[in-house]
Design a protein around this ligand. Structure first.
Ligand SMILES: C[S@@+](CC[C@H](N)C(=O)[O-])C[C@H]1O[C@@H](n2cnc3c(N)ncnc32)[C@H](O)[C@@H]1O
Length: 231
């Protein structure tokens, strides 16, 4: 049977906004691939490609998680009964909408999103409002290494979807706030293998308090669970 990721969402208003946003994101994919073309030789040689300031080159691009990943995050957050979710990398808010819907359907709470670029954060806020989810998300504008430094509360779920360069630093910053059993989902570890090598090595080292594996979504998604006996 053909899967329809949007079917997991009970609210047609949220489904309608996400359908539009995923459509726009999908139409940008060929342009994004073109932008990556010059980096292809480095990727094939197993070298890192992320560079400081890369956000600016993708300022008009969604770079969103795919629909199935959105549904997977929504269902995971529902299963965890997540009330507090941290998101590194909000962009135009596609993942934020999936997560805010989960928080609302769990009875309330907040998604703490983070976006470096103010215009992207503004668009994400407008999309949350259109979906009726604005009161379940707070988008912090600026570098996640600063904006996630305080006021997180006890975190049930984290989507680590900023650029790879900062992924491990941001995870280390948020880790003390993760409750036992919290889940961390990190997109693109398969595509940006070299960029995420240190991240994956760290999160899979049991001494750091996670159990972790790659889930075979198109781009390779690392799925990590904070262990109850974590240090
Ligand atoms: C892959 S996109 C996020 C896509 C989004 N999660 C979605 O599914 O729609 C990554 C985003 O992280 C933002 N970003 C990169 N580095 C950042 C940083 N240090 N702090 C906050 N945001 C950052 C970029 O501007 C970009 O919009």
């Amino acid at each position: 049977m053909k899967s329809n990721s949007f079917d997991v969402l009970p609210d047609e208003r949220v489904r309608a906004v996400l359908r539009r946003l995923h459509g726009e994101a999908d139409r940008q994919v060929p342009g994004v691939l073109l932008q990556f073309l010059p980096k292809l030789p480095r990727m094939l040689l197993g070298r890192p490609v992320d560079v400081p300031g890369a956000e600016v080159a993708f300022a008009d691009k969604y770079l969103a998680i795919e629909q199935a990943q959105g549904a997977f995050c929504y269902l995971t957050a529902r299963a965890l009964r997540a009330r507090t979710i941290v998101e590194f990398g909000t962009s135009f808010g596609v993942s934020t909408l999936w997560l805010a819907a989960a928080v609302r359907d769990n009875g309330g709470g907040r998604v703490i999103g983070t976006e470096l670029l103010p215009e992207k954060a503004r668009r994400a806020q407008a999309n949350l409002e259109e979906a009726g989810l604005a009161s379940f998300a707070e988008i912090r504008v600026g570098d996640a290494m600063q904006t996630l430094r305080a006021d997180l509360g006890e975190v049930d779920f984290m989507l680590n979807d900023g650029f790879p360069l900062r992924a491990l630093d941001v995870l280390k910053l948020v880790t003390p706030a993760l409750r036992p059993g919290a889940v961390v989902v990190t997109d693109n570890v398969g595509v940006f293998k070299a960029d995420y090598r240190d991240y994956v090595t760290w999160v899979r080292d049991p001494r750091n308090g996670f159990a972790s594996m790659t889930v075979p979504f198109r781009s390779g998604t690392e799925y990590s669970v904070r262990q109850p006996d974590a240090p």
